[in-house]
Design a protein around this ligand. Structure first.
Ligand SMILES: NC(=O)c1ccc[n+]([C@@H]2O[C@H](COP(=O)([O-])OP(=O)(O)OC[C@H]3O[C@@H](n4cnc5c(N)ncnc54)[C@H](O)[C@@H]3O)[C@@H](O)[C@H]2O)c1
Length: 271
């Protein structure tokens, strides 16, 4: 279904690596809704991924940027405004990576250089992105900035490791920066807390198959898919959500408010 919700709006979409990426699915939906955007990812991801396919499909250009580099971000924002022909209405931050997770380090035994790197990519980059947009006055009034997060920011998921702490920090940045962006520029900033989703980043977490199945059984509506997340993000970019800001919004089929479900209990009373 197509509602033309983003007709005339311009944006930047971070984090589309391959067709499973949540950012990829979001770019497709934003395009269907009439939004125009530039795609961006880290130079190494551009070499490994298949983003050009998406660029072609959505009539968009790709600008390489390491989201931890202020210089790259400044160049990205300048180029995006030039290519799109004006200020920005929406930004999706869909970036996450833990070196400790990737290299199998336990939460209790972190390599702190890796912890710092993972923090910079997964949380610090959100502050840096907003800081560049804010200082350049690059956002249009009533624009919308969304970052993706996970419920391990509030509750314990042992194998999510230091990403849990990064997500807590990311959500806090959304509130803190969102205040200044709201007060000074009438721009809203929110995080969407998404169900486990089978992507490159998701599947990198140990025991992913177990916890995606568990979350599905716990949630009255089942896990939210990447497509569901794309639709929610489109709604958050549209003018229909103008005064929603500083929120962490759960897109998780109800999981975050569950104690136990009959489907999960049944597993424990199986003979
Ligand atoms: N998959 C899940 O289960 C799940 C659940 C909740 C939230 N999320 C969040 O959704 C977001 C998108 O992840 P995904 O699941 O689509 O996986 P993904 O692996 O497709 O996307 C992660 C992206 O981060 C990019 N990235 C890494 N380092 C970067 C850097 N230095 N600069 C710029 N980009 C960089 C990667 O290239 C990749 O495109 C992440 O924030 C993730 O934590 C995912």
């Amino acid at each position: 279904m197509n509602y033309n919700l983003l007709k005339g709006k311009r944006g930047i979409i971070f984090g589309a690596l391959d067709a499973n990426s949540i950012a990829w699915k979001t770019a497709e939906r934003v395009h269907e809704e009439g939004g125009q955007f530039v795609l961006t990812n880290a130079p190494i991801a551009l070499r490994m991924g298949t983003i050009n396919e998406l660029a072609e499909k959505t009539n968009s250009q790709v600008i390489p940027a390491d989201a931890t580099s202020i210089e790259d971000l400044e160049n990205l924002v300048d180029q995006a405004m030039e290519i799109l022909g004006g200020k920005i209405d929406f930004v999706l931050h869909s970036i996450g990576m833990s070196v400790n997770v990737r290299k199998g380090k336990a939460y209790t035994d972190q390599n702190y250089d890796w912890t710092h790197k993972g923090w910079d990519i997964s949380a610090g980059s959100f502050h840096k992105t907003m800081s560049v947009l804010y200082k350049k006055d690059a956002m249009n009034e009533w624009g919308s900035i969304v970052a993706l997060t996970y419920m391990a920011a509030q509750r314990v998921f042992p194998d999510y490791n230091d990403m849990a702490d990064n997500k807590a920090y990311l959500e806090s940045i959304a509130r803190s920066f969102g205040y200044f962006f709201g007060r000074d520029k009438n721009v809203r900033v929110n995080t969407i807390s998404q169900s486990p989703t089978p992507t490159t980043a998701g599947q990198g977490v140990k025991g992913f198959d177990g916890f995606i199945a568990y979350a599905d059984k716990m949630s009255p509506l089942g896990n939210a898919t990447g497509e569901d997340c794309a639709n929610y993000t489109v709604a958050m970019f549209s003018d229909l959500t103008k005064r929603v800001t500083l929120q962490n919004l759960f897109n998780d089929g109800g999981f975050s408010n569950m104690g136990v479900s009959t489907a999960v209990m049944d597993k424990f009373i199986e003979e």
